[in-house]
Write a protein that binds this ligand. Structure first.
Ligand code: B3K
Ligand code: ZN
Length: 855
């Protein structure tokens, strides 16, 4: 398959200022007529090339005349020779939405018809220059059976509607904002709306509607609240107002990812809309608000200003993730939100950056763009925008974003345009900063502090190393913004006040005078740079920081580092010195100044996978053994404290407030420690928590704890959960996930059995993710030494690829990590990849991920 390169970008040969689409909608056979006004872009003699994917032209006309010849197919592309500079091109194609299992283009989901076009799905609907730098005004007409599809939605505003022949009806929508075709959307179905209203700060009224199946209406209140809060937040923080009279959101059950920001008509995976306390956890509620905000914010960062080409994807995604992170931080605890975001980055992006699929946030090439909707583009992209925010300060950053939006409104822009706007608005020189866009790999920072007590002087030696990644052997030093301070031990006072140090060179030395007390280094506060810090801080220093650092992230981080050092040493030597960790946790649990949500984050051990990421050679069994041993010590030695924490959070009647959420989180963590300590009543406590719960957070928490063990309560709970929620697909996903994440030694076999369960299906991406993707992050079970975990995943990749290549390709990276594992497992993982790549007719999606993982 061909490789697309960023360096090959050429402006489009033809523009399409206007498009009128006419859909005769039917699940079995939909007729699509398109009328494109095309204009030659620049002086050239090249023909019009319209992308298609699986399309057969039924008819083609130019300026009203049916074309007999003068057109040809070049593979999937329709090529038309056009004499003049402006023409009207009309095409007609036929589609079968109900057999579209890829969920790209126009497809059927649970009785409704909907679209997904980003990145290249529009070419599955009609012939068109399917690239984000061709912006058009859309006029859309839809006709469908009135009983089956009473609601007809598209982008923009409704302009006309009426009844047609034979029980059909029709509607026309017009979108006044020129947009790339990836933002096109339509929905037809039997839907009910939760309607609300918003008035923008300049007084423009906006009708809001969230469309779902009638029965799901009661579960839409939280998403609606999040939408209104997002709209106000974007006005306040970024000065961005909504621009149409209507904002529609539709929830669908079958969706390849989270949601889609189509202009004025966001389409969502139902898991990011539907919630009530009985069926959704606190994490689900938070994720819903975050995704609703994210898609809404795209109206400016993505839609009003879009991307010139797909290499610029992080321009809209990294920036929009940064924006949604800021929104979520403002809704609850900024410290806890920051910890969650960093954990996510470490779990998903650091491994990517250290593996065969590493790429810069602005990649140089791809085979299939769908494979580049990655944690690097999104989450590292957000960190890079955050560094700009940190270095410029909030006010100057805002000047930069204002200039960016104003300068490029209605245009398709590049990452370079974004940085240039930040530069031009603030006068800051960002020449070296641009390296962050082009260099992959997580920088490693070495930070060694030396103290000369008699002289009252401290010396901080900093150095950076950006590791080699595929195709990039040698790297240049990047600007690394590090918020740091020195804390005096034992006083806990800042003997050197916090400052922002930007490490620009490979090495730097900082001298501090008048340091009267032994200093301890607090560095990368707030995770000011997405880097790994290695330092000469010992367990005592880390324990001190974990009890005293006034920066909450640094405090959490010190505890994590202490735990990590303990576990890594344990794996290396077989000896675990649990005392410092146990003591630090005890202190944290007892600290009255800390809130429960923050305590909960601090007292959890780093995941087995993250411990593995610190090691040159991963032996999952050794890691599990050492980590489980430490967990047991923490559970046993602090049993009283855990019981206290459990009792202290038990009377928490359901409310979706930050303190109540924190209490629930700490409660299940305490339960987990009591269970692993072997406390006799732990299983009973878990069962009671499960059965008495008035919310899904407590219920799922108890289920997760029980799923790891062998108590009779385990089967009883799983059976009850299944019976209770069998009819609710989103909750049943949790039942699959709880079992896929189990630490029990029989998990591979259990997951295989679940893949044969009548409720398991490859047609629904959420269900695949709930079992297969969840299993693949269960380091212990997936890497079961028998190799059946690898075989299972390989079989799933091949099977899913037949149905849905995008979802299949997302299952590949866990196997691609083979180089990091001990030789026996590495060989089995590799041969599984080889088996997959030999399968005939592999999609481009899976082929790219597997072949790159083998190199
Ligand atoms: N822009 C979409 C993602 C589309 C993914 C295409 N493979 C959702 C989002 O990031 O907001
Ligand atoms: Zn996005």
């Amino acid at each position: 398959p061909p490789v697309i390169r960023r360096a090959d970008y050429q402006a489009p040969d033809w523009l399409v200022p206007e498009i009128a689409l006419d859909f005769a909608l039917d699940p079995a056979l939909t007729v699509v007529k398109a009328r494109l006004t095309v204009t030659r872009n620049g002086a050239h003699g090249r023909p019009l090339r319209l992308d298609g994917d699986g399309l057969d032209p039924v008819s083609i006309a130019v300026d009203g005349e049916m074309l007999a010849d003068a057109w040809r197919m070049d593979g999937p592309v329709l090529v038309i020779d056009l004499p003049g500079d402006a023409h009207v091109v009309e095409t007609e194609v036929r589609l079968s939405p109900e057999t579209n299992s890829q969920l790209m283009g126009l497809y059927a989901s649970g009785g409704l018809l909907c679209t997904q076009c980003e990145a290249e799905g529009f070419r599955r609907i009609t012939f068109f220059p399917d690239r984000p730098d061709v912006l058009s005004r859309y006029h859309v007409r839809m006709a469908a059976d009135k009983t089956r599809f009473p609601v007809l939605l598209a982008n923009g505003d409704p302009v006309a509607q009426g009844d047609g022949p034979d029980g059909t009806h029709w509607a026309e929508w017009h979108d006044p904002f020129p947009k790339p075709c990836y933002l096109f959307a339509l929905v037809a179905g039997d839907l009910a709306a939760n309607r609300d209203h918003f008035v923008t700060r300049s007084g423009r009224p906006v009708d809001l509607a969230i469309w779902v199946r009638e029965a799901d209406l009661p579960k839409t209140a939280h998403a609606m609240q999040a939408l209104k809060t997002s709209m106000a937040w974007d006005e306040r923080v970024y000065g961005r107002e909504y621009d149409l009279a209507i904002f529609n959101i539709v929830a669908v059950a079958d969706f390849n990812f989270g949601a889609m920001e189509n202009k004025g008509l966001n389409i969502f995976n139902s898991r990011y809309i539907l919630a009530d306390p009985d069926t959704a956890t606190d994490a689900d509620f938070d994720a819903i608000a975050g995704v609703v905000a994210h898609e809404y914010f795209h109206n400016w960062s993505g839609n009003r200003v879009t991307c010139r080409d797909w290499f610029q994807l992080s321009l809209k995604e990294g920036f929009t993730v940064f924006r949604d992170q800021g929104f979520s931080a403002d809704q609850g605890s900024p410290a806890v939100k920051r910890i969650e975001d960093v954990k996510m980055l470490r779990a998903a992006q650091f491994p990517e950056d250290a593996g065969p699929l590493a790429h810069p946030i602005r990649p140089e090439s791809y085979i299939e763009i769908s494979n580049f909707y990655t944690a690097t583009i999104y989450n590292k992209g957000a960190e890079i925008v955050r560094m700009l925010h940190t270095m410029l300060g909030a006010a100057r950053f805002r000047q930069g974003s204002d200039l960016y939006f104003d300068r490029h409104d209605g245009e398709a822009a590049t990452c370079e345009d974004f940085v240039a706007a930040m530069e031009d608005a603030t006068g800051e020189d960002l020449a070296q900063f641009r390296l962050w866009y082009g260099q992959a790999g997580t920088p490693r920072i070495r930070a060694d502090l030396e103290y000369d007590a008699p002289g009252g002087r401290a010396r901080l030696l900093l150095s950076q190393l950006v590791p080699p990644t595929p195709g990039q052997d040698a790297k240049q030093p990047m600007p690394i913004p590090l918020r740091l301070a020195l804390l005096g031990e034992p006083s806990g006072k800042e003997v050197v006040a916090e400052q922002l140090v930007v490490l620009k060179d490979a090495q730097a030395e900082l001298l501090f005078e008048g340091v009267a007390e032994r200093p301890v280094l607090s560095i990368n506060r707030g995770f000011s740079a997405p880097v790994v810090i290695e330092s000469n801080r010992n367990a005592t220093d880390l324990a001190f920081l974990s009890a005293n650092d006034p920066d909450p992230f640094a405090r959490f981080e010190a505890m994590q580092q202490l735990m990590l050092d303990t576990l890594v040493a344990g794996v290396a030597t077989g000896q675990v010195d649990h005392a410092p960790v146990v003591e630090a946790i005890a202190k944290t649990l007892a600290d009255p100044a800390l809130d429960q949500a923050f305590i909960a984050e601090c007292v959890l051990l780093p995941s087995e996978a993250f411990v593995g990421d610190q090691l040159l050679v991963v032996d999952p069994d050794a890691i599990a053994l050492v980590r489980e041993g430490l967990r047991r010590e923490i559970g046993t030695q602090l049993e009283k404290a855990w019981r206290g924490a459990y009792a202290g959070t038990a009377a928490n009647h359901y409310a979706y407030t930050p303190p109540a959420k924190g209490a629930r989180r700490l409660r299940t963590i305490a339960l987990g420690y009591l269970a692993v300590s072997g406390a006799e009543d732990a299983d009973d406590m878990a069962w009671r928590q499960y059965i008495d719960a008035d919310n899904m957070t407590d219920r799922q928490g108890a289920l997760g704890v029980l799923a790891n063990g062998h108590a009779p309560a385990r089967e009883k709970t799983l059976a009850d959960f299944y019976k209770r929620y069998q009819a609710d697909a989103l909750v049943l996903d949790k039942w699959f996930t709880a079992q896929a994440l189990s630490t029990r030694p029989d998990t591979v076999a259990a997951v295989r059995a679940l893949a044969a369960h009548p409720d398991f299906t490859l047609a629904n991406p959420n269900r695949i993710r709930s079992l297969v993707n969840a299993f693949a992050v269960n380091q212990r079970a997936f890497n079961d030494v028998g190799g059946d975990g690898y075989r299972f995943l390989g079989e799933m990749i091949v099977a899913v690829d037949q149905i849905n290549p995008q979802t299949a390709a997302r299952l590949v990276p866990p196997l691609g990590r083979w180089r990091r594992f001990e030789p026996v497992r590495a060989a089995m993982m590799r041969s599984e990849l080889e088996r997959i790549v030999a399968v005939p007719d592999l999609s481009r999606d899976v082929y790219e991920q597997v072949s790159k993982s083998l190199v």
